[in-house]
Design a protein around this ligand. Structure first.
Ligand code: ADP
Ligand code: MG
Ligand code: MG
Length: 252
């Protein structure tokens, strides 16, 4: 089982405070969804967890199974099993998808126990089939010229192959048509396990019809301001966020 905790997290971007004391605990087997208006700091939270150098933590703690995540370098966080499917995956010319994935897998393994090429290709082929991806994507440069939906599917391919213990999906559903959404959701559901937690950042309840969250959190102005079950996502979809602002006396 895993336990991932965020405690009183504050972070700045270019000197501006975006995360303003955020708390969240996720245990193995749990799926958490974070919803919130645009610009509220959801992607900042994701990048801060991963250790992106633009985001400076000024207060608070993040731990994974008791280990101090903030002490870890970016590659150590990945090795510890934290994974982010980015809202806007970057294109990397000159590095094929297969090369990228193979080195990402090997980075998580001990030296001397790297995955064999044959085994890697077999795994990649089978996961690509599950995601209904054209095999040619194996040899394409990473995300270069991929459509929005193809990029998202490719992020899920990485998740399936890396088998992380903390999975953060940042708007994985945006730009997906309903068929692609179903495929992506099936990939996520297949990965549900007692020793893995998911943090699903989304604007829409639609994805949550396919991937049932245990907890739904509302993020506003750099904090989680309300938590509940799946019914909270439905209410947000129907009524928006104003009622929460009123309830909490937030104005912006
Ligand atoms: P969300 O994902 O909830 O829509 P973001 O985390 O992307 O929100 O953005 C929160 C705020 O932080 C916004 O005001 C945004 O402009 C700012 N911000 C995020 N990343 C950067 C960055 N790299 N440089 C400057 N400002 C940033
Ligand atoms: Mg946004
Ligand atoms: Mg965002």
């Amino acid at each position: 089982t895993t336990e991932f905790t965020i405690d009183g997290l504050k972070a700045t971007v270019e000197g501006k405070e975006i995360l303003k004391g955020l708390n969240l605990t996720m245990r193995g087997g749990e799926i958490h969804a974070i919803m919130g208006p645009n610009g509220t700091g959801k992607s900042t939270l994701a990048s801060t967890i991963m250790g992106h150098p633009k985001y400076e933590v000024t207060e608070g703690a993040i731990t994974l199974n008791g280990e101090d995540v903030l002490e870890m370098a970016v590659d150590e966080r990945a090795r510890a099993g934290i994974f982010l499917a980015m809202q806007y995956p970057s294109e990397i010319t000159g590095v094929t998808n297969a090369d990228f994935l193979r080195s990402a897998i090997n980075a998580r393994r001990e030296e001397g126990s790297e995955i064999s090429l044959i085994r890697f290709i077999r795994q990649m082929e089978s996961k690509m089939k599950e995601l209904e991806m054209n095999p040619e994507f194996m040899h394409r440069y990473l995300n270069e010229g991929f459509s929005g939906g193809e990029k998202k599917r490719n992020e899920i391919l990485q998740m399936l192959l890396l088998e992380p213990s903390v999975v953060i999906l940042d708007e994985i559903d945006s730009g997906l048509d309903i068929d692609a959404l179903r495929i992506v959701a099936a990939g996520v559901n297949a990965m549900r396990s007692e020793d893995r937690s998911f943090l699903i950042i989304t604007h829409y309840q639609r994805l949550l019809n396919y991937v049932k969250p245990d907890f739904v959190h509302v993020m506003m102005q750099g904090r989680i301001v309300k938590s509940g079950g799946p019914e909270l996502a439905e209410r947000l979809e129907n009524d928006g966020y104003d009622w929460i602002k009123e309830e909490l006396g937030i104005d912006d």
